[in-house]
Design a protein around this ligand. Structure first.
Ligand code: FMN
Length: 170
């Protein structure tokens, strides 16, 4: 089963989970690079709140070679990031299994994930799961950040979920 893992990461935690997942399933990593580094957090919040798209650097929307596409994004202001919006508004997911993964500082972000799920469905994807992962605490309000080890373990758990039963038995 060929798996593509598409992710955006501003401060590295989503990248850590994505890399561990890719190692676990032997999948291909594809980073969404926002042309805007999003150094201004207030502007980043506004962009996410208004569900803006981003201009991506060397975007690649071709998922034809993959059976499963994992879309991973941090949660910003209760929404997907602009980079994830751009990808999900452009890619053709017809016939693809799609796993959605959202990282946030405050546990489950159900509104965000239902938005992501709808976006993937609107592009033809068959959503096989939606996962929330505790990432970095950037506001100081939500307790400790996940450690690198915890993030890697989360990627490993996702890989276990994606692996086909026959792979798990071998
Ligand atoms: C601009 C901004 C807005 C955020 N808004 C939320 C939020 O609404 N809910 C939440 O749980 N986490 C929020 N976070 C925390 C991030 O989702 C969390 O730190 C995540 O692990 C970052 O992923 P990254 O390290 O891959 O960039 C926000 C972070 C930033 C920078």
């Amino acid at each position: 089963m060929d798996t593509l893992i598409v992710y955006y990461s501003r401060s590295g935690s989503t990248r850590t989970v994505a890399a561990a997942l890719a190692r676990g399933v032997g999948g291909t990593l594809r980073e969404l690079v926002d042309a805007n580094a999003r150094a201004n957090l207030f502007a980043a919040v506004i962009a996410a709140l208004f569900r803006r798209s981003a201009r991506l650097v060397s975007p690649d929307y071709d998922v034809a070679a993959y059976e499963t596409v994992v879309v991973m994004t941090p949660v910003w202001a209760g929404n997907p990031t602009p980079a994830a919006n751009t990808f999900l508004r452009t890619v053709n997911l017809t016939g693809k299994k799609v796993l959605i993964v959202a990282l946030g500082e405050s546990g489950d972000n159900l509104v965000t994930s239902s938005r992501l799920e709808k976006m993937a469905r609107d592009r033809g994807g068959q959503v096989i799961g939606v996962h929330h992962i505790h990432g970095l605490n950037s506001s100081g309000k939500a307790g400790p950040s996940a450690t690198a080890e915890e993030l890697q373990n989360e990627g490993g758990h996702l890989a276990d979920l994606l692996r086909e039963p026959e792979d798990q038995e071998s």
